[in-house]
Write a protein that binds this ligand. Structure first.
Ligand code: NAD
Length: 473
């Protein structure tokens, strides 16, 4: 059915601009036939997604490697395993979609009060390059489970994955339900002129604003899954730095720091900085033993996606007024790979001005937990907040006095493993994805009552004339 073993990967091609309105019109038409209303149809399409992942695992790995240099196991774990979400949605579908029969006042109980969960209609999903498969398929699962028809617009910056998707989507999905458009700014701009029933965008905040503005023209609801600078806070009392170092590094090494919830910078009291850096160096020796504790040329470490991002991150490092306190400034400009670094600096450094999205940590000195809380709340709300602490009181302080998309204690990125609601707040985005919360963001709660004619007496008060007698009853 799919792309077998070692067949060459398909070439990337933009969808012709003039075909885009027809793709939209086709789905608008098929949605109106209620094609996705039966749960059996939704299950069939969700199963198609799972099969598309599994039957082409090798081709997906090769495409992901070609685009991002991701180690194969990482691609299996963090991308191709997205098929599990489709399988889960199939299991949960009856429960998720069941109309709600709310408890109401006795006098309304015979009015059949029901809340139907209806799909929005035709949904546009625009996704980025950093987890090109996961971030396209995850919202697709939610949209299909809720009964929508979908147009996918994967990233032009992961051309091998996007080309493979363009080849496989028509082979696995019903073309009346799921279609794909490939292209960059030109094609996406054309897509955004059309009237969608919901737009789900994952990417940076600058483009997020373009999406929100385009959506506003049609009052289209949007989910924006954006990024930002996710802090790591060290409250050192009683911590085992060997474990802390490994757990922080894991978040920064995965996909060479190009993860929306990657820890961006570290807030740490002065006295704990040296022991933390030493523990991180020890962890590197363990992780990358075969290359002498260096990540750069190790097969278990990825690279930066392209020249533009490589130069952007290198510039931030070169211009920084901070001091390198972990790692060495080493790069491989041919492969766009970079050795991980920690740079000790202050809040006004350019390194603190934008999401780094690469393997570099600014390290900022804080006095204590309250100082860290103020530092975080003075800035845009991050997508994730990582607090390493043994104190329950400190944990509750962070829960109640800071805002972020998610909050994780004593590890990084593991919130993704649990299937919890995922979404940003403020600059890190709006709306949710993953599991039931993802499903709920792709449907509308449609309230319904059916009022028996025999109940006329009970409702007749509302008719004019409005007399004092009626008020007194
Ligand atoms: P990207 O460059 O691939 O852009 C994302 C999408 O926007 C692409 O499909 C692209 O074609 C489209 N696009 C680009 N310019 C456009 C324009 N002018 N008009 C319309 N569409 C346009 O990816 P990116 O933005 O570099 O992705 C990285 C960012 O995404 C980071 O900020 C990261 O934190 C964030 N991110 C967030 C999540 C999340 O779930 N919250 C996940 C991954 C990445």
């Amino acid at each position: 059915n799919g792309v077998s073993g070692h067949a060459p990967l398909p070439a990337y091609k933009e969808t012709p601009i003039d075909e885009i309105p027809q793709i939209h019109a086709d789905l608008v038409k098929s949605f109106r036939t209620a094609i996705m209303w039966p749960l059996a149809k939704r299950k069939e399409q969700l199963a198609a997604m799972a099969n598309m992942m599994k039957e082409n695992a090798d081709a997906w790995s090769r495409a992901i490697y070609a685009d991002l240099g991701k180690p194969e196991l990482q691609a299996q774990l963090f991308e191709i395993a997205i098929s599990n979400q489709a399988v889960n949605a199939i299991h949960e579908l009856e429960e998720w979609t069941a109309p709600i029969k709310p408890d109401v006042h006795e006098r309304h109980s015979e009015w059949q009060p029901t809340v139907y969960k209806i799909p929005f209609g035709v949904v546009l999903i625009i996704s980025p390059w950093n987890y090109p498969l996961t971030l396209t398929m995850q919202p697709l699962v939610a949209a299909l489970a809720a009964g929508n028809c979908v147009v996918l617009k994967p990233s032009e910056l992961a051309p091998n994955v996007s080309a493979l998707m363009a080849e496989l989507v028509p082979k696995y999905f019903d073309p009346r339900v799921v279609r794909l458009v490939n292209g960059g700014v030109k094609e996406t701009t054309r897509l955004l002129e059309l009237k969608w029933d919901r737009i789900f965008y994952t990417g940076n905040g600058t483009v997020g604003r373009i999406i929100a503005q385009a959506a506003a023209k049609h009052l289209t609801p949007v989910t924006l899954e954006l990024g930002g600078k996710s802090p790591v806070v060290i409250d050192p009392e009683g911590l085992d730095f060997t474990l802390v170092a490994k757990r922080i590094l894991h978040g920064k090494l995965a996909n060479a720091g190009q993860t929306c919830v990657a820890p961006d910078y570290i807030l740490c009291p002065e006295a704990s900085q040296k022991p933390l850096m030493q523990a991180m160096t020890a962890a590197m020796s363990e992780f990358f033993e075969e290359t002498g504790g260096k990540a750069l040329n190790n097969r278990h470490y990825g690279r930066i996606v392209n020249k533009r991002h490589f130069k952007r991150i290198k510039n931030l490092v070169d211009k920084s007024k901070g001091e390198v306190v972990f790692g060495e400034k080493q790069t491989d400009p041919e492969r766009y790979a970079m050795e991980p670094l920690v740079i000790k600096t202050t809040g006004d450094d350019d390194l603190m001005g934008e999401e780094i999205f690469g393997p570099v940590f600014p390290l900022i000195t804080i006095k204590d937990v309250d100082d860290a809380i103020n530092f975080i709340e003075d800035r845009d709300h991050p997508l994730s907040l990582y607090v390493f602490t043994k104190s329950e009181e400190t944990k509750q302080k962070f829960v109640s006095r800071t805002r972020s998309g998610g909050i994780v204690f004593n590890d990084t990125m593991e919130q993704l493993a649990v299937g919890l609601p995922f979404g940003g707040i403020g600059e890190s985005g709006m709306g949710y994805t993953v599991g039931r919360a993802g499903f709920e963001s792709m449907m509308h709660l449609r309230a319904s009552v059916d009022i028996p004619y025999e109940h006329e007496e009970a409702v007749s008060l509302r008719y004019p004339p409005y007399t004092q007698e009626k008020v007194d009853i």
